[in-house]
Design a protein around this ligand. Structure first.
Ligand code: AHM
Ligand code: MG
Length: 339
């Protein structure tokens, strides 16, 4: 007897019928983003055979050399979402300015932000990468006029949906619409997203941390203190051994902790003292923080809840500590004590 399978469409339609009634436009938006992720997954999996590997001769707004797949993925998401009628504007890691929906298409009330292909350094070496996205509502004051960058600058707790697609041994879509976190696996033969992970939960405790240890000499004292204690193992202050993992794709490192717990950190470091961190608030930290909180975890910048940060710019950077609640609370406490 075959087991009943729930598709992404079914899951979303059922959410439309609940008390909180997921709006139809938001459902459409999520379906279009997830369809674009299927296209990106297809390009990623072709690798050298598709002629998509390697770099371009250009930099993005962050001064990073763009990979061919960064640009392809950005265009796939732009084109897929322009015509649907559910969006007012989009913004991306790969575009300096926001992208308003052109006048030839109907416009909707949502704002979409994304990192089209996160983990760029892993593209050419066949290691997991992903797409991260965040959805906001345009403020009521924007009705009847052109959307501006300021309309996007809302704290993360106003997100109405967030998710990521991971292009790994399996392609998965991990999603929240504000009522827990669910995971879908791409059935490549059928071309459909199948619900495989209901109600994803991050354990409160963990013995696994993820951080780029090569930067240890540049960290602030509270960060060093936390990691030194982890490294001291069961004979040290923590009384237990810790394992370390670092893939250098935020999507893959966060996915691991969504599956089995852990703490992920990309802290401030002294090489660029004026930058709060490396990762971007609007399309990396905020969506991941929403997913982590919805799965029972915690997400801070070392001091504040990430979702409460009032953004000042689309490409603003932030220090990030997220995952299993008790570890994130501890490293946050160390920062607050040092202030
Ligand atoms: P990207 O968006 O340009 O790919 O950069 C973000 C990535 C994250 O996915 C990852 O956590 C981090 O950069 C890795 O940085 P590092 O190479 O310093 O370890
Ligand atoms: Mg990124």
């Amino acid at each position: 007897m075959s087991k009943k399978r729930t598709s992404l469409t079914q899951y979303l339609v059922e959410k439309q019928r609940t008390d909180k009634a997921l709006p139809a436009e938001l459902r459409l938006l999520i379906e279009i983003v997830s369809r674009a992720c299927k296209t990106i997954s297809h390009s990623v999996s072709k690798g050298a055979l598709g002629g998509v590997l390697g770099s371009l001769e250009q930099e993005n707004v962050q001064g990073e050399i763009q990979k061919k797949l960064d640009v392809i993925s950005n265009e796939v998401l732009l084109e897929a979402n322009e015509w649907g009628g559910h969006l007012a504007a989009m913004a991306s890691e790969e575009m300096e300015a926001i992208h308003r929906i052109p006048n030839r298409y109907p416009k909707g009330e949502y704002l979409l932000m994304y990192d089209p292909l996160d983990g760029s350094s892993n593209i050419d070496v066949n290691v997991s990468i992903g797409t991260i996205f965040s959805v906001l509502q345009a403020p009521p004051s924007a009705s009847g006029r052109d959307i501006t960058e300021e309309d996007f600058l809302q704290p993360g707790h106003t997100q109405v949906a967030a998710g990521y697609a991971i292009y790994g041994p399996q392609t998965m879509l991990v999603l929240t619409v504000g009522e827990g976190v669910v995971g879908f696996t791409l059935d490549r033969e059928m071309g459909s997203w199948v619900l495989t992970h209901e109600n994803m939960q991050i354990p409160e405790d963990t013995q696994e941390f993820a951080i780029n240890m090569s930067n240890v000499r540049h960290w602030a004292p509270p960060m060093k203190r936390y990691i030194d204690e982890c490294l001291a193992g069961k004979d040290g202050a923590r009384g237990k051994n810790f394992n370390m993992r670092w893939i250098a794709s935020m999507v893959a490192d966060v996915h691991r902790l969504m599956m089995r717990g852990g703490i992920f950190m990309y802290p401030w470091d002294a090489r660029e003292p004026n930058k709060p961190g490396k990762l971007r608030l609007m399309y990396e930290a905020n969506p991941m923080a929403m997913l982590v909180e919805q799965a029972g975890g915690m997400a801070t910048d070392g001091r504040r809840r990430i979702l409460d940060i009032e953004p000042k710019g689309m490409h603003e950077r932030v220090s990030v500590m997220l995952g299993s609640k008790n570890e994130v609370a501890r490293v946050t406490q160390y920062h607050l004590e040092a202030d």
